[in-house]
Design a binder for this molecule. Structure first.
Ligand SMILES: Cc1cc2nc3c(=O)[nH]c(=O)nc-3n(C[C@H](O)[C@H](O)[C@H](O)COP(=O)(O)O)c2cc1C
Length: 397
């Protein structure tokens, strides 16, 4: 794992921090590479306003990255890159005695975290369990995105489902989906579905409920040969899936058309291999989602991620007061109603980190210049390199 990162911070503490280790030297990087992704994570859509159903917290703060180390004269130096994002909301909590929270909200780490760590005040679990931590991940992901960009890799996302409203995007190319998503209030490339999703979210809010949904993360221009088939923890398929499921409230992940493929005969599932007149190997389909044997095929990577509805609902959910032992409904704290439109950027960040890690693994990662040289050499390698004359015969002892 040449590219690693560690985050620190609590939801209402002073800062979110991340240290990214393993970026090559010579990558131009500053806060302007990070802030646009932070704004997208906060749910600012094409209109510059928060998405319908976003938490009021989005109106309170604008996240801004401060790059504290690992960058000199606008370039990475091969040292750890530390990034800080202030929690502006902290000012409201600073110096105040906060009443202990004793009624665990089902669907959060309130109870599980308290049981595990022996907390009596549930805030000691929920502060770190909060998805505010994804601010730090998105900052780290933006550095990985910058590296991938130098190799022509583009990572984006769009929403395909909110609650019961599903968009049919068949026939719409992936890059067109990304462009159209940027014009939608809810990141959905299909305008009709997008409008229906907005109405659905408003209905859920009026009904004092929350909604989940599905988004897709796609990576275009990914070179073949990233990842490996030789060990479980080197298979890129598993690394990407783990990265998606590590995000708060993500409960399912699919690579390519995995669940539809499961119901089809094999001849209709594999992506047949062809050779074009220039000798390049090509595929006409990408049902595998860009991965075979845990290794990238060179086709776009397509990840589909299911997010559960937010567990903090205006309609009380049954729970128990841990102090009195009496049944008590949960107490509402201000919250998102449907963060699916802004969750995609977190999926993108995690995909960028995994892909950049695999790219550095493949090319070596001391400096960007060295990586680019090796990348060019690999790109020049053609089918003619498969020279059977110099290949030893396999024979099992
Ligand atoms: C972008 C984003 C925003 C979220 N906002 C909220 C929120 O405002 N209120 C809430 O109760 N949960 C919110 N969540 C979900 C919780 O973080 C999540 O339900 C919790 O971590 C438990 O899920 P888990 O079991 O997958 O960890 C959000 C998640 C994401 C990804």
């Amino acid at each position: 794992m040449p590219l690693r990162f560690l985050t620190a911070g609590e939801s209402h503490g002073p800062v979110e921090l991340v240290i990214v280790e393993g970026l090559p030297a010579g990558l131009p990087l500053d806060a302007d590479d990070i802030n646009p992704d932070l704004a997208r994570r906060q749910g600012l859509n094409a209109t510059g306003k928060p998405y319908p159903g976003a938490s009021p917290r989005m109106k309170l703060e604008r996240d801004e990255a401060r790059v504290l180390s690992g960058v000199m004269a606008g370039m990475t130096i091969g040292a750890p890159v530390a990034i800080q994002v202030d929690n502006n909301d902290h000012d409201k909590w600073k110096g105040k005695a906060v009443a202990p929270m004793t009624i665990p909200r089902p669907g959060h780490a309130d109870l599980t975290g308290a049981l595990k760590y022996g907390h009596r005040d549930l805030r000691m679990s929920l502060e770190r369990a909060s998805a505010r931590e994804t601010t730090a991940r998105v900052a780290a992901g933006a550095t990985a995105r910058k590296l991938l960009g130098a190799f022509g890799v583009r990572v984006g996302s769009y929403v395909t489902q909110i609650g019961t409203v599903r968009a049919d995007l068949s026939g719409l190319p992936l890059d067109a989906r990304l462009t159209a998503a940027g014009e939608s209030e809810v990141q959905c490339p299909d305008p009709e579905s997008s409008a229906a999703m907005v109405v659905h979210i408003q209905e859920a809010m009026r009904g004092r409920d929350t909604l989940g949904g599905v988004f897709e993360v796609v990576a275009l221009g990914v070179p073949p040969g990233l990842g490996s088939h030789v060990h479980w923890d080197r298979r890129l398929t598993g690394r990407l899936a783990q990265a998606m499921l590590s995000i708060h409230a993500m409960k399912g992940v699919e690579i390519g058309d995995a669940f539809e493929n499961a119901g089809r005969p094999g001849t209709q599932v594999q992506d047949a291999i062809y050779k074009d007149p220039a000798g390049t190997l090509t595929r006409n389909t990408n049902r595998s989602g860009g991965l075979e044997g845990g290794i990238t095929t060179g086709e776009p990577i397509v990840l589909r991620v299911a997010m559960k509805p937010i567990a903090t609902t205006l309609t009380p959910i049954d729970s128990v007061d841990l102090v009195s032992g009496e049944p008590r409904p949960i107490e509402y704290e201000r919250s998102d109603f449907c963060p699916v439109p802004r969750a995609g950027v977190i999926g993108e960040a995690m995909a960028c980190l995994v892909l950049a890690d695999a790219l550095i693994e493949k090319l070596g990662g001391d400096s960007l210049a060295e990586m680019l040289q090796r990348f060019e050499a690999l790109r020049r390698a053609r089918l003619s390199d498969f020279d059977l004359d110099n290949t030893p015969t396999v024979f099992w002892p």
